[in-house]
Design a protein around this ligand. Structure first.
Ligand code: FES
Length: 246
């Protein structure tokens, strides 16, 4: 009978080396201290171990379980439920291509296919140089900028197959491409540490996240009674107070 692989190697896992373990215990203690109940810190702890190894390994699962007095089965159940926890190591830059409905019909499917071909990898695989991993992702609530590509969860809006190819080429060449909005890129591991809840050290990163962009706010402006651009007086939605006054 052939082995059945469910995505996670068998437990029990090896512990971290002593130095790594001591460092992570200190980090975990800080994270756990932020919650009244220790197990509430499981999601941050999973990001913490992902920051160490680029994915959530059995060693990371064992570590989380030990810190939170959970079983490895309980930790595994959570780690395998949420798609941001990877079971295979991410590249330095994890490229997510949205192939959910709107992005897909506007070109996301084509971008994903052409990027896989360009990089010579399949979904959830990493290039041999360890620089780029690719994954098709679900809606990122950025449909108004479709089709979108994310690199380490920062947005690159309104992509085409050509611009996406150029993006991964620039990443591999170390050209530091700038996201359309949001902070400058850092590595996947550094991103995971920020997601665990540690300070974002990138200069200007917090300010860079900014407010909603013009496409995101267009519907709100129209709903408030603004006229369509270029068509003075042509409102698509009447403000609520209009027509209700006697
Ligand atoms: S469908 Fe791609 S961001 Fe919503």
């Amino acid at each position: 009978m052939s082995d059945v692989q469910l995505g996670m190697p068998a437990l029990p896992a090896k512990p971290y080396p002593a130095e790594v373990h001591a460092r992570l215990v200190a980090d975990a203690k800080e994270l756990i201290g932020r919650y009244p109940v220790a197990r509430s810190a499981l999601l941050p702890l999973l990001h913490l171990v992902q920051a160490e190894e680029g994915c959530v390994t059995p060693t990371g699962i064992r570590f989380c379980a030990e810190q939170l007095e959970l079983t490895t089965a309980e930790v595994t159940a959570v780690a395998t439920f949420y798609t941001m926890y990877r079971r295979r190591p991410a590249g330095k830059y994890h490229v997510g291509v949205c192939t959910n409905t709107l992005c897909a019909v506007l070109g996301g499917d084509q971008i994903f296919d052409e990027l896989k071909q360009h990089l010579g990898v399949e979904n959830n695989e990493t290039t041999a140089d360890g620089e780029i991993s690719i994954e098709h992702i679900e809606c990122n609530a950025a449909c108004d900028y479709a089709p979108v590509v994310m690199v380490n969860w920062e947005f690159f809006d309104n992509q085409t197959p050509d611009s996406a190819r150029q993006l991964v080429d620039d990443l591999r060449a170390g050209h530091d491409p700038r996201p359309t909005r949001g902070a400058r890129l850092c590595s996947f591991k550094e991103t995971s540490r920020i997601l665990a809840g540690f300070p974002d050290e990138r200069p200007g990163a917090v300010d860079a996240s900014g407010a909603g962009g013009a496409p995101s706010l267009a519907g709100l402006r129209l709903a408030k009674g603004e006229a369509l651009p270029g068509t003075p007086g042509a409102k698509v939605v009447a403000p609520r107070h209009e027509g209700t006054e006697a």
